[in-house]
Design a protein around this ligand. Structure first.
Ligand code: C2E
Ligand code: MG
Ligand code: MG
Ligand code: MG
Length: 277
């Protein structure tokens, strides 16, 4: 794609990149071996139902701890994985880990836990994505309704291919959510076109709700929009009690953020005695 080539070109030749460029290559070679070396793992961040206080869903977020680089943020290595094609292997690995975790929890009686998984644009354009998801769901006997696929607006180009993929996911029975909602182009246009279940209000709007008039107005409007369209709505990046109060008053269904919990390991989740259902 032209746009992606443009981005790679920028990375190669922009002067700011010069010093970090060798690192970028070294990092790729480390990332390539990360799965087999057991350096990757998944953390789970609770999503809180604001009317009941219950936690019945989580977002799966990948983590990488490398001997040379230490903890590397997915905001850094996921784009690298995308550009090098490693995303296919890594994405499939995350999917399997999530299914394994869900199977464990289901075995302990937490049968309606739902897990949101981030799918990056390149993964989303993969022809076999739906078959791959279906394979792991049946291998670990997970109902499709326990999985939510998070797609960013960047992945949703207005093409027949996007529509076809979303319809196939919908037919499979997984939930579809729009991550970082409101930050891309033509958000309203594809809400009309595509079969979406959940809107995730981007952190940048949630950050100053109750303090900044425009952010408050945008957040309230997205919540109303979701309700009118019969969609679920969740606010990301909730760090303060004031934000929780605002979101409750605005009738936002769910919230996720450091105020409730950082992304944590499965053992910690069980120890926290969250109201798993
Ligand atoms: P995202 O999907 O929008 O995830 C939300 C990010 O916000 C996560 O960062 C999360 O740890 C962070 N966060 C949660 N609550 C708060 C809060 O209250 N305050 C602040 N400041 N941040 C909060 P993280 O884990 O570093 O992930 C960054 C991005 O990397 C994700 O953004 C997602 O786009 C991507 N990513 C993470 N895991 C995966 C994965 O398994 N596959 C793919 N394709 N992408 C992933
Ligand atoms: Mg996400
Ligand atoms: Mg997000
Ligand atoms: Mg994001």
């Amino acid at each position: 794609e032209v746009k992606e080539k443009g981005r790679a070109h920028y990375r190669f030749y922009h002067t700011h990149m010069k010093s970090s460029f060798p690192n970028y290559i070294i990092m790729e070679s480390h990332l390539r071996k990360a799965i087999e070396k057991g350096e990757l793992y998944v953390h789970y961040q609770p999503q809180v139902n604001l009317s009941t206080g219950a936690i019945d869903s989580f977002e799966a977020l990948i983590r990488w701890n490398n001997r040379k680089f230490g903890f590397v943020s997915p905001a850094q290595f996921i784009p690298l994985a995308e550009e090098t094609g490693l995303i296919h292997q890594i994405g499939e690995w995350v999917l399997e880990q999530v299914c394994i975790q869900l199977q464990k929890w289901r075995g302990k009686g937490y049968r309606s836990v739902r897990m949101a998984i981030n799918i990056s644009p390149k993964q989303f354009l993969q022809e076999q994505l739906v078959e791959t998801i279906n394979f792991y769901l049946s291998t670990y006997m997970i109902p499709p309704s326990c999985i939510e696929i998070e797609i960013t607006e960047g992945a949703m180009q207005d093409t027949q291919q996007t529509l076809k993929m979303l319809k196939k996911l919908k037919d499979l029975g997984v939930f579809i959510s729009v991550d970082d909602f409101g930050t891309g182009y033509s958000s309203l246009h594809y809400l009309k076109r595509f079969p979406i279940d959940v809107l995730k209000i981007d952190q940048s709007f949630v950050k100053e709700i109750g303090m900044n008039h425009k952010d408050s107005a945008i957040t309230t409007t997205i919540i109303h929009l979701a309700h009118s369209l019969g969609l679920e709505v969740i606010a990301e990046g909730v760090e303060r009690e004031g934000q929780v109060d605002f979101l409750k008053k605005a009738n936002c269904q769910k919230a996720q953020g450091y105020f409730f919990s950082k992304p944590i390991g499965p053992k910690e989740i069980e120890q926290q005695q969250f109201v798993l259902m």
